[in-house]
Ligand binder design. Sequence first.
Ligand code: ZN
Length: 477
Amino acid sequence: MNPTLRRLFPAALACAAVLSVRLSAAADPSVVVREPVLALVHARVVDGLGHPARENQTLVLRDGRIAWVGPDAEAQTPAGAAVRDLSGKTVLPGLVLVHEHMYYSLLTPNAPFHVAELEFSFPRMYLAAGVTSARTGGSIEPYTDHQLKRRIDAGEAPGPKLHLTAPYLEGVPAAVPQIDSVDSPADAARMVNYWADEGFTSFKAYMHLRGDALAAVVAAAHARHLQVTGHLGTVSYRRAAEIGIDNLEHGFFAMSDFTPNWKEDDQPNVIAAERAMAALDLDSPAVKDLIKLLIDRKVAVTSTLAIMETFNPGCRMMTSAELDTLSAPARENYLTRWAKVNGRPRGEEAAAWAKYLELEKRFFRAGGLLVAGTDPTGYGGVIAGYGSWRTIELLVDAGLTPVEAIQVATSNGAKLLGIERETGSIEAGKAADLVVVAGNPAAQITDLRKTELVFKDGVGYDSRKLFDSVRGCVGTQ
Ligand SMILES: [Zn+2]
């Protein structure tokens, strides 16, 4: 760089930053509805609580809240309200998803696993898909996540309301180079308190964290009224529930409980666990007891079927709209890895896959708190927003009705996060966090992909404009 440019470069960067903040606050082009009082009329409403869809409904939004919702015939639209006719369209609550990341896998052949923070594109893509509240599920760049939350809360950047999980609490060895290890219960508790002081409200135990350290994490977090989830492996689901964990990630995929010859604090054997699942009798007392224990101990289970699907031969390829969001190297990496997975013969995975899906359904039907997350990781086959829709579609493949799948992705997530009085369902008094779909996802869940408008606290974002603003960004920024 020549000396003049070098001198100007930091100043130019600073100007760009200030300018972008002002621009986004004042005139975000993706914001298309800002009326203080708005009536949405002739809508089909899916309330997020599992009730059947209701036709011919009116919603009155006032100052960011749902002021009234009910049949068109009983509606008293306030004088001066802006009116939008939603005939043929569906309104559902903003999605509340709980295994989200602001990073994405950026892989290079022959190099170790690596992720890159996408603090520009991913929040936009989540919001574009209707995600108005998101819990991150383990952080790689905690300070970027923290800054992003601050900017979103201040109205300086579009994105969901964020609930932050601290950096992973991983044992020894660390699963990937960007995650650190803690090797004692005292260290683990120290990390909880450090990140809690920094403003993080949830913690994630990772694959190699041992039982004694998990117990220390749970005790330290609960002492501050904060939650612990886990992508486990070295601790069984049963023991984690007994320790008092709040949430388990990846449905029943990370469960070592039925792996032959495995005992507590042994490292996980993912292949043996999958083989055991393929052969598992789901009607056996051991399986029924485990589901009962999780429900009795109020342990929520996060379904992340979209990411799990990408490891199955025969998995779907990203749509062209999804591929359009990828940078050229990210697209090349994805297509190469997708072809590799699909070149493998389909073996026991198929039997295991069916059982993983069935277990999630049984847990939900038995009264368990099933929640959902996108988890845009793996080899890059799942991205924010589009992958969020895919994870909900796969819940319907698992046997949930579309209305139940929407409940899992809305009010159930809100319950887990303790924000159910504020958001997650369509009821008078709650935040106007809403998704308008040009179709009927209560009949056809894939209609979620026809999302047009997303309201967050009554401010309406154009879904297409948000997606268009990140074309080619995924993999870069
Ligand atoms: Zn994850």
